[in-house]
Design a binder for this molecule. Structure first.
Ligand code: MIC
Ligand code: SF4
Length: 656
């Protein structure tokens, strides 16, 4: 056991950060040297429906049997539309697989995985691995909570370690207290403005200082949730009296462990944020780091407001929004929708009168699920301006390609919905009330797994839309083919493998979903890739930022992509490429990127030998007639996985 119940504190050697203390207690392999690969034991896992079907198919394909973690939960929250049999088939597969393999199952309608996990399962000092990039939400409760691809979660469910580069720990010192109508969302937007969407790659953001105690657990979780947009490995807060009180109210006081960094903890660098000085902020289209104070964009007309998502759907987020819109009615030019993070929040809203305020003001009340955040309905009109309390505003993610999506706090969203134009909520001169006392914990929609003895009689039900996970081919010594796409900087997983109401139902069917790869970038890509039989993607910096969806690696693999050649990668996507046998390569000299054109014939001769020796890889552009050097930065285990054709065949062959 890694956790100590009651009032004990987690001790480590002196001078340690919280991150180091938790890693030290979970270290299975490697040395805790920044950048070096470490293997850590995982106490808890979470999956959601859009990544979960593949994760359980992979768990089955590796023959792992029953889960070996302390807690594993399978949530259904992303696709709850059930517009035809496919979606419900996924849910039935997930429910029966959970029952058989020892996983708790959170039924559709129960809420969003991250909000639910924070409420019902988070434990300070434990490790959590989730097949969703916003898994760090539980870092608000002092967990080391990391997002990854489904295959890594499948391995962790089977008791295997999770491998990751030992992060640099960046200290974020909070002082002061947030002013009225300024919120935790404004804190993380401020940080994103400073650090950018790639500023956190290879780092954990660890919060400390006197300002921490002024923030509630859901406020801390808003900050750790959207820390994913920094590209960080995760973000974490101490576990203090505020955490104890939250767990106590959730009926889980016994799992509390106090957790803080040593006074002489060593951070790689320290950022200071004076909460008194934070002002309402907005991320402008089309990137979460494109931030400006709301006061600078006030007055812009809008069409839509959406309140909810795993970033901002706690009872106090909904509370302030309802209190604001409840003072009047939603402006005629605005359609305003609200989704609650969990059924617990929804019931608290009903019991406290907040729901009545929302309905009375003209809000549209949606199910407790991801909903509009992942383009499942509520798409804006053509060129529409939408204000959302969400965490991502990548082009097209809302379901409308030319929509202008702004990310804001619930305060700013509600004030703007009321006035019909972007509004600085401080103009309303209101105070936030605390509705957390209305929360009554309930696990009615959580189904317990079968006992080990009963598990053998549980049949896993697979509908016709559920196809096996494709398996990669062992690495050939030489790779050749055309540069099928040449893309710029900041390509997101929403570009590579879009989501939304049309494509999400295909998550359990790789041959079908692959037809939509790069759909909004270049519709002809899947056909050209299949015709070429083998090829490459060339791109700029921070390739693969955003989601943990392994479909962004699986679909290109299925279409014959053998290597992705870029200036730099986002962490989770790079790991997913390795897991599916696609070489993640970086230009040794980034100016070589400019010399390659889409369609050029690229050859990587003796790549397998080069990888084995972990040397740099020589490449040739036969069309333009020049040679260039690529660097792979792979540790020995990743090399073995790539040579085997991916983590599935590697694990099957007994690789560790
Ligand atoms: C997202 O917010 O992009 C998602 C949808 O939750 C993804 C997971 C997925 O694509 O299923 C994520 O954040 O990892
Ligand atoms: Fe769901 Fe949106 Fe959160 Fe992703 S970011 S888990 S789609 S609510």
């Amino acid at each position: 056991m890694d956790r100590i119940y009651g009032d004990d504190i987690i001790l480590g050697t002196m001078g340690n950060t919280i991150t180091e203390k938790i890693i030290e207690r979970h270290l299975v392999s490697g040395e805790m040297k920044t950048g070096a690969e470490i293997g850590i034991r995982i106490d808890q896992t979470l999956t959601q429906d859009a990544t979960g079907t593949m994760a359980y198919l992979e768990f089955e394909a590796m023959g792992l049997g029953r889960v070996k973690t302390q807690v594993s939960v399978s949530y259904v929250d992303h696709n709850t539309m059930q517009e035809d049999f496919r979606n419900m088939d996924d849910h039935v597969y997930l429910q029966t697989a959970a029952k058989k393999y020892g996983v708790r199952f959170s039924r559709p309608g129960n809420g969003i995985c991250h909000q639910l996990h924070l409420e019902r399962f988070s434990i300070p000092g434990s490790t959590l691995l989730g097949s969703d990039s916003h898994t760090p939400t539980s870092g608000g409760m002092g967990m080391l909570a990391i997002g990854s691809g489904g295959l890594d979660v499948a391995v962790a469910m089977g008791g295997g370690p999770f491998y990751v580069a030992m992060p640099a720990v960046v200290g974020v010192k909070l002082t002061g207290r947030l002013k009225s109508m300024v919120s935790a969302k404004d804190v993380i937007l401020t940080l994103l403005g400073r650090e950018t969407v790639k500023g956190g790659v290879g780092s954990v953001y660890e919060y400390f200082g006197p300002g921490v105690a002024t923030l509630s657990i859901p406020e801390r979780a808003t900050i750790t949730n959207m820390g994913a947009e920094l590209g960080a490995t995760t973000s974490i807060f101490p576990a203090d009296e505020v955490a104890r009180e939250f767990l106590y109210r959730q009926g889980r006081g016994s799992v509390f462990t106090a957790l803080s960094a040593d006074p002489d903890a060593n951070y790689a660098r320290v950022i200071e944020i004076d909460l008194d000085a934070v002002v309402p902020m907005a991320a402008l289209p089309h990137s979460p780091d494109n931030v400006k104070p709301v006061s600078e964009i006030a007055g812009r007309k809008l069409d839509q407001v959406a309140i909810g998502s795993c970033t901002n759907s706690s009872v106090n987020d909904i509370g302030i929004a309802a209190d604001i819109v409840g003072t009047g009615t939603i402006a005629d030019n605005v359609s305003c929708a609200v989704s609650f993070g969990s059924r617990q929040v929804m019931r608290a809203a009903a019991a406290s009168g907040l729901l009545d305020k929302l309905i009375g003001s003209g809000c549209r009340v949606l199910e407790s699920a991801c909903g509009p955040c992942i383009g499942m309905g509520f798409a804006p009109k053509s060129g529409g301006v939408s204000l959302r309390t969400f965490n991502r505003n990548f082009k097209g993610r809302s379901g409308t390609e030319d929509a202008e999506v702004y990310l804001v706090s619930p305060e700013t969203a509600a004030a703007s919905a009321l006035r019909g134009v972007i509004t600085d909520p401080r103009d309303l001169r209101m105070e936030k009330k605390d509705y957390s006392g209305f929360m009554v914990p309930s696990d009615t929609l959580i189904v317990e797994p079968a006992s080990e003895a009963e598990a053998s009689s549980v049949e896993v039900v697979r509908g016709p839309n559920i196809k096996p996970c494709p398996v990669g081919k062992p690495l050939a010594d030489s790779l050749s083919g055309p540069a099928l796409l040449k893309l710029g900087d900041g390509i997101t997983t929403d570009h590579i493998m879009p989501a939304g109401a049309k494509i999400l139902p295909l998550r359990s069917n790789v041959p079908e979903i692959a037809k939509h790869a790069f759909e909004y970038v270049d519709k002809s890509f899947p056909e050209r890739a299949l015709a070429a039989g083998s090829g490459f993607i060339v791109a700029g910096a921070n390739y693969g930022q955003g989601s943990s969806r392994e479909h962004a690696a699986l679909a290109p693999m299925y279409l014959g992509i053998r290597a992705v050649i870029v200036k730099s990668f986002a962490r989770i996507h790079r790991a997913n490429l390795i897991n599916f046998g696609i070489l993640p390569l970086e230009f040794a000299d980034p100016t070589d990127y400019d010399r390659i054109s889409q369609g050029d014939e690229i050859v990587l001769a003796s790549v397998k030998t080069a990888l084995g020796e972990n040397t740099r890889i020589k490449a040739e552009d036969r069309t333009a007639g020049f040679s260039f050097v690529l660097s792979a930065r792979l540790d020995p285990r990743a090399v073995r996985i790539l040579i085997a054709g991916g983590l599935l065949p590697y694990t099957r062959e007994g690789g560790k």
